[in-house]
Design a protein around this ligand. Structure first.
Ligand code: DGJ
Length: 744
């Protein structure tokens, strides 16, 4: 049993021995928060954790109890207008203009397993035994709004998944203006807030700041989760490290506008909430209508930041990513984008593909430029038929030739977009998003299709399905290269325009769902100008995401390190590209590029024809090495060891669950003259009693020794040891394969 309820006291306790989440119904009928953290014993009431007897000059909603002020009480899902001056989790606008609601308890139910969220991505339980869900129903009597709060606890993960939905049981319509997916009032704010922020080409950079009085938030208003802030933040104790200490992580399973906010009040309570961004959001609910908010995934770890990340990785691998690729090796792919950009023909592609095959590549991906009349980024989006100038025999024929070479075939699409210069736009200019009386802004010379309208999603489905059938492809890179402006849909009534952004992403999810259902063997890789929509919502449909357009190894260390806070390695699209790098003009050695790409999906983003014979051999070896160990990358427990945001070195490891094997990656961006004679890298996750062999090293090592003293690193050139040094210069790297050969 994972959910313990005292029906008399209305005390709800979710626990699986790792984490406890406890709340109760307070004397005014509203739910009040009691505890969230390390597991507590379930056979006890914790009502005394709710302290509200501080005499305050505040307003009280209970005439006979002046101390009962919502201003000082830790609440479970706060509403607006009855004495809590912090930001609420939910607001409703009545027809008379009132925004006041008071949601009081009606009943609860327990569901075995986990119900899906209609039209939205969400974590799932494979069997009814995997999880239990508590549903608490609250009601606001005046509006007739019913609020369902869902809490799922998984049997063996320190995870609580939450979502909320509103149903209009009343007689009049109202507008839902805000509905957070989760809200938690933690009793103190002694935390550092971590988040992943950045920009195009430098996504998911780790940021850290002390949580202070007032509101701190990250968000997106771009119509995608964005390059700029990932829908994730975490709160760690100041003393928490990668390996030890307390941390709370929050991640939204959603790909559009979001708000993740922490509000520290005058008593030091930290209200942490996450959900659809309320700015410009509203949803009209007629009597009988309901609205489902996306899911938030909360992880509690007492095993440091690595413990939090491992919980996210396990959850997403087992309970979010679907289809045959959830538990299968990802093919090593070669993508032609940086090899050719728009400048290709059949001969060039087939020559790249046949060379790719020689290297050991398994999947050839034809990126942008194969359709319409697209020779640059100014035209043809929406015209999803072969460009016969470049591919006279058609993309179906090309796919067949690629398959004849022994490779799988994949294609690039950007389904949500239309170029003003395209057949689609000429036929349907009104399909593009825009306000009727204003000029539309362009982004990368393109407009955005109005995916809030079903007929447009239907049309795109038909176009994509036809190409999938024609080519028999097994992979799609689904790109999205601009954010939304002039957000307005002629398909929506004026008082429903606030629904636009959410309806748009529901349209995107709908198209994905139809394609993954009809073509379950197609592997989708999501992309948005690189990592502009790398979120858990996308992972539900697309098991991997192109992490960034920046393929420079030194930059990738940071991007992949940041991504690993939430997302499993086998979802992080990472490729070897040519040098000088196309984003930074930096020239890192092939080894460093390959050693970095190894900790991800691994692939190539170059023309093998530019490689020297020696480089070809090296790439072949790296690909073979990846194939040999990709299961570790897919299933292993990942530990971050050295932080690229704090120093010159990065290190990480993937250790298989039974600790018999591990891969350790170590990277040093700049050479250090006259450094230590011998450096050691402390690794993690090994069996301390295990005896390990390390690839290309003589002897054997204790697991304890490798973790507490370190793996001996190859000697660095220090200015005088010429002839004895095994590495030198900038961009050094090493990958070690560790195998347990016995136990003490
Ligand atoms: C942006 C992507 O991130 C690139 O990898 C490439 O697919 C281009 N778009 C194509 O236009």
């Amino acid at each position: 049993m994972l959910i313990h309820i005292n029906e008399e006291k209305l005390h709800f306790h979710l626990t699986n021995g790792q984490v406890s989440y406890i709340f109760h119904i307070m004397k005014n009928g509203q739910p009040g928060s009691l505890y969230y953290g390390k597991a507590l014993h379930p056979g006890k009431l914790y009502t005394h954790f709710q302290v509200y007897d501080i005499p305050t000059p505040n307003s009280s909603h209970l005439p006979d109890d002046p101390a009962f002020s919502l201003e000082t009480i830790r609440q479970e899902y706060p509403a607006y207008g009855t004495g809590d001056y912090r930001e609420p989790a939910v607001t409703i606008r009545q027809n008379n203009g009132s925004h006041i609601t008071q949601f009081v308890y009606k009943n609860f139910s327990i569901l075995k397993g986990k119900p899906g969220l209609s039209g939205l991505p969400a974590t799932y339980a494979e069997s009814a035994e995997d999880a239990e869900t508590l549903r608490v129903l609250l009601e606001d009597e005046v509006t007739g709004a019913e609020l369902n709060l869902d809490y799922t606890i998984f049997k063996s993960l320190p995870v609580i998944c939450r979502s909320a939905s509103v149903y209009n049981k009343g007689k009049a319509p109202f507008h839902l203006e805000r509905i957070m997916s989760s809200s938690v009032d933690l009793p103190d704010h002694q935390f550092d807030m971590l988040h992943l922020s950045g920009a195009w080409s430098r996504e998911r950079q780790l940021k850290e700041r002390k949580l202070e009085a007032g509101i701190q938030s990250i968000s997106s208003l771009r119509g995608s989760s964005s390059h700029h802030h990932n829908p994730f933040f975490a709160f760690k104790r100041p003393e928490t490290t990668e390996h030890n200490g307390e941390v709370y992580g929050f991640n939204l399973v959603y790909s559009s506008n979001f708000l993740a906010q922490a509000e520290v009040d005058h008593y030091g309570t930290a209200r942490i909430m996450m959900g659809i961004h309320p700015f410009r959001f509203e949803w009209k609910l007629e009597p009988g209508d309901s609205f489902q908010a996306p899911e938030a995934v909360m992880v509690y770890s007492e095993k440091g930041l690595n413990g939090m990340s491992q919980a996210y990785h396990d959850l997403f691998r087992k309970h979010l990513i679907r289809g045959p690729y959830a538990n299968a090796d990802r093919p090593v792919l070669l993508n032609n984008w940086e090899a050719t950009y728009f400048d290709f023909n059949e001969e060039k592609l087939l020559s790249i593909a046949s060379r790719a095959k020689e290297l050991g590549i398994e999947l050839f991906v034809l990126d942008d430029g194969w359709f319409g009349n697209r020779n640059d980024d100014t035209s043809s989006l929406g015209d999803w038929e072969t460009d016969r100038n470049k591919l006279p025999e058609g993309v179906g024929w090309l796919a067949k030739q690629i398959r004849n070479l022994g490779l799988q075939f994949g294609l690039w699409f950007e389904p949500e977009m239309v170029s003003p210069e395209s057949g689609l736009f000429t036929a349907h200019p009104d399909w593009a998003i825009g306000t009727p009386d204003r000029q539309a802004s362009l982004g990368r010379n393109q407009r955005v299709l109005d995916f809030s309208r079903k007929e447009i999603v239907d049309a795109l489905y038909e176009k994509m399905a036809a190409i999938i059938r024609e080519t028999g492809l097994t992979y799609i890179k689904w790109d999205m290269n601009r954010n939304i402006t002039e957000a307005y849909s002629p398909g929506l009534e004026p008082d429903r325009q606030g629904e636009f952004f959410h309806r748009y992403i529901l349209g995107v999810y709908d198209l994905y769902e139809r394609l993954v259902s009809e073509f379950p063997n197609v592997l989708f890789e999501s992309c948005a100008g690189g990592g502009g929509r790398f979120d858990a919502g996308m992972l539900y449909y697309a098991p991997q995401a192109w992490a960034s357009d920046n393929t420079d190894a030194a930059e990738r260390l940071k991007i992949q390190y940041g991504s690993s806070f939430v997302y499993p390695l086998y979802s992080i699209g990472s490729h070897i590209s040519a040098v000088p790098n196309h984003q930074t003009e930096r020239s890192a050695p092939l080894k460093m590029r390959a050693d970095t790409a190894l900790f991800g999906t691994f692939g190539c983003e170059l023309d093998p024809g530019i490689l020297s014979e020696e480089e070809k051999e090296a790439v072949k070896e790296h690909i073979a090495f990846y194939k040999q160990h990709r299961r570790l990358i897919r299933e292993g427990e990942f530990y971050r060891l050295l932080d690229p945001f704090k120093g010159n070195e990065t290190a990480w490891t993937a250790v298989c669950k039974d600790q018999t094997e591990a891969l350790v990656g170590w990277y040093k961006v700049l050479a250090v003259p006259n450094g230590r004679k011998q450096e050691f890298l402390k690794t993690a996750g090994l069996d301390p009693d295990g005896i390990y062999e390390i690839s290309q090293m003589e002897g054997s090592f204790g697991g304890d020794e490798l973790m507490y003293h370190g793996i001996p690193l190859p000697a660095e050139f220090n200015g005088v040891n010429r002839g004895h040094a095994e590495r030198g210069g900038d961009f050094q790297s090493a990958v070690f394969y560790l195998k347990r050969i016995g136990r003490r």
